[in-house]
Write a protein that binds this ligand. Sequence first.
Ligand SMILES: Cc1ncc(COP(=O)(O)O)c(C=O)c1O
Length: 348
Amino acid sequence: MSYTRKHLATVEGYVPGEQPAEGGFIKLNTNENPYPPSPRVFEAIQQVTPERMRKYPDPLYRRLSAKIAQVYGVKQEQVFIGNGSDEVLSLLVRTFVDPDEKVVYTYPSYVLYETLARLNAVGCEAVELDENFDLPKRAFSAGGKLLFVGNPNNPTGRGIPADTMGRLCRSFPGLVATDEAYADFSNSSCVSLLRDCQNLMILRTFSKSFSLASIRVGFALAREELVADLMRMKDSYNVNLLSQLAAEAALSDLEHMRANVLKIVRTRTLLISGLAALGFVVYPSESNFVLAKYPNGSARPLYEELKRRKILVRYFPLRRLEDCLRITVGTDGEVDALLKELRDILKK
Ligand SMILES: Cc1ncc(COP(=O)(O)O)c(C=O)c1O
């Protein structure tokens, strides 16, 4: 007998990319950064004394929010921090959407948006991206309480220019959460729109460009009242001390992050041309991953064979994505190894 709440029985869970149980894999499936974080992160963590460890962290994470505010040019009261941006996404639904209201998200996009709507038993509606995975006209007439838009979008890699996002904020009647998890790999960010768009919330993470997926820190930038609402909903100590210190240290070394981003963007070009030479249709990417369409049908066998050869990429058994692989941009060496195996599998 199941004790699960009734509406949860039909929720398809969000399945993140697999973690290999043993080593020896080249891991290009969850968009981690292939380069280490700033050495300052380790220095900061090593400063922690046993006495400090014994106590709870600052529930208002004041040092970190002050640093984020300084780096992104907003007021400290406009910063909300979570245990990864996944927690922030979850809190957005729980804080702002009532059961008779609706979450809207573009499709295909980050699967968690839909899962969160279903988990919270609120309405949900997908706005289908056009044939090039760009925002369709229909997005500008959508209604709902909360709109999720990836910018750049996962898994398509496409970015949305800030002026288009501004138009979207003006047309949407509810809140617009733009998920900028990959924004450091692109040229567009909507931080400058915060002043004029009262319904805009920008989500960022330390998991990608800052190479800190393990510390679980993500944040939202938004109008002060919206941040205050989120603060009332969060667990008291949702960001642990080591993570607060690590994130603060990472922000004090933006040069390190930017140098890593530059390397990844260069390798992205190699990956795209290598895949195109093998016959894949590769969508333009403003992220640290690319979406590659296999012209000969389902990409599942390719994904399986790469896994057998100890290379993990992401395959989505989902409409419009069955013939695609999403491949994280690794180091040059990792990308070379991937292309070599693909050449061998495809006999090219
Ligand atoms: C679009 C998008 N948003 C959010 C996240 C989650 O990031 P975090 O590690 O901060 O929870 C991911 C992770 O892959 C993502 O792709």
